[in-house]
Design a protein around this ligand. Structure first.
Ligand code: ATP
Ligand code: MG
Length: 430
């Protein structure tokens, strides 16, 4: 027996016809002579009803199946106002696809929530919960919107290698891998390759791909493997890159507004989307946290506490611009008239950083001296510097953490909720 229809494809026009449906048995309510089976599939929960005096064998077989078993059922679609969808399928034949073992490692419809480790150890079961699965529907929609928006702005998608010979920004946060008889690394960012492609003349590119960080911290917003959405654009400065970023985020939110409001009614379509995102300078941000009791020094990065203060003043999306050159990577372009400040920016949502970007250094000599200033060795960046030697336009770009943006859209406090199989210091399976 092969399933021909999903739950959401059925409707009043099917009343009186025979269909074959299939799914997971979410629940069975057995009243003795009649039993109601809640059959869950990809897009809903359908009531399948079995009546003892119509088919004793079928009734017995179906009602003794453990929860979460997979079955295919053939029967007639009949109207029933008592059923959740306003109709049910009266079972006439059934095939057991796979019987579930008991007890289940965690419940799919139970009110009590299992702890995070149990959930992640049994992710296949955890994902059967509508609330959990819907985060990943939104993730897919978010990425589709972003691709769509960027394509509309003339960006083309590229894929750069994840096994690399040199570190992007120095060596500390890298995983090493054995590459035949050499040592290689898992890339922490496509930064160098994106810039390389500006020399090649692509002008506008984006990449959605994994980024690996061997950061040994255990927080609710860091993963050791995350999905980075990156763009790079030529003949552009940091303002152009911020405009594209703002457009990207707004498009993603607008396209999935209904789903987002289910999770996060605070993230209003109106306010946050109609107005431009506020842009404050690093200096203004430092002033703000200091006037709220922080003792931070000018020139430092914001600590978690200081980010919390910023988040109180700016609960939505906002940019922090004009960062001190010393605390941004070597490739951020310093201002001509004030080299201690650079054309870098972060996009924040409340207390959370979701993107870092900048206009980049494209002048070879400046690039060399910036590398040296940050204690890096220009010779280690040979292939990268080659691309700056024979003509490269001014360019700018950013890297946006997909899981960070999804956390905001779904109002999740733990980033592990926003990736199917989180990789953190303790978890490598599944
Ligand atoms: P943070 O200060 O939050 O650790 P970062 O400044 O080190 O981030 P960048 O190198 O600027 O991170 O990376 C660009 C974006 O990639 C960040 O704004 C964030 O959205 C995302 N990102 C960076 N590191 C991680 C991580 N370990 N897990 C999840 N997302 C990350
Ligand atoms: Mg950053």
């Amino acid at each position: 027996m092969k399933r021909e229809r999903t739950s959401s494809s059925l409707g009043p026009e099917d009343f009186g016809t025979k269909v074959t449906v299939g799914g997971w048995i979410q629940d069975i309510r057995n009243l003795g002579g009649i039993a109601f089976v809640q059959l869950r599939d990809r897009d809903g929960v359908l009531q399948v009803t079995t009546i003892k005096k119509q088919d004793k064998e079928l009734f017995k077989l179906l009602t003794k199946l453990p929860r979460e078993s997979v079955v295919t059922v053939r029967g007639e679609v009949v109207e029933n106002q008592q059923a959740r969808m306003g109709f049910e399928v009266l079972a006439e034949a059934m095939e057991i696809g796979s019987e579930a073992a008991t007890p289940l490692p965690l419940g799919v419809i139970d009110m009590v929530d299992a702890d995070m480790d149990t959930r992640l150890d049994n992710r296949f079961m955890d994902l059967r919960k509508e609330e959990v699965l819907s985060i990943f529907r939104l993730r897919a929609a978010m990425l589709a919107s972003i691709r769509d928006y960027l394509a509309g702005e003339g960006f083309i998608e590229v894929h750069t290698p994840k096994i690399v010979a040199a570190a992007t920004e120095g060596g500390t946060d890298l995983f090493t891998v054995k590459y035949f008889d050499r040592e290689a690394y898992l890339n922490q960012s496509p930064q160098l390759f994106k810039q390389y492609l500006m020399s090649a003349g692509f002008e506008r590119i984006y990449e959605v791909g994994p980024a690996f960080r061997a950061e040994p911290h255990d927080t609710s917003k860091h993963l050791n493997e995350y999905t980075s959405i990156d763009i790079e654009m030529s003949f552009a400065d940091e303002e152009d890159a911020m405009d594209i970023l703002e457009g990207t985020v707004k498009a993603a939110v607008r396209d999935s507004l209904e789903a987002i409001q289910h999770f996060n009614p605070e993230l209003k379509g109106g306010d946050d989307l109609e107005k431009p995102f506020p842009r404050i300078t690093y200096d203004e941000a430092v002033e703000l946290v200091r006037s709220n009791g922080s003792k931070m020094e000018h020139g430092e990065d914001f600590s978690a506490e200081e980010e919390a203060i910023l988040g109180e003043q700016y609960p939505g999306f906002y940019f922090i611009t004009r960062w001190p050159t010393a605390i941004k990577p070597f490739y951020a372009l310093p201002f001509d008239d004030r080299p201690e400040e650079c054309r870098a920016f972060d996009l924040m949502y409340g207390s959370k950083e979701i993107t870092s970007g900048a206009q980049r250094v494209h002048q070879l000599e400046l690039l060399r001296s910036r590398l040296i200033e940050q204690d890096l060795v220009p010779e280690d960046f040979g292939f990268y510097l080659d691309a700056f030697t024979y003509g490269i336009p001014p360019h700018a770009g950013w890297g946006l953490g997909a899981e960070r943006l999804l956390m905001i859209m779904t109002a999740q406090t733990n980033i592990r909720e926003c990736i199917l199989f989180p990789r953190d210091m303790k978890r490598l399976v599944p």
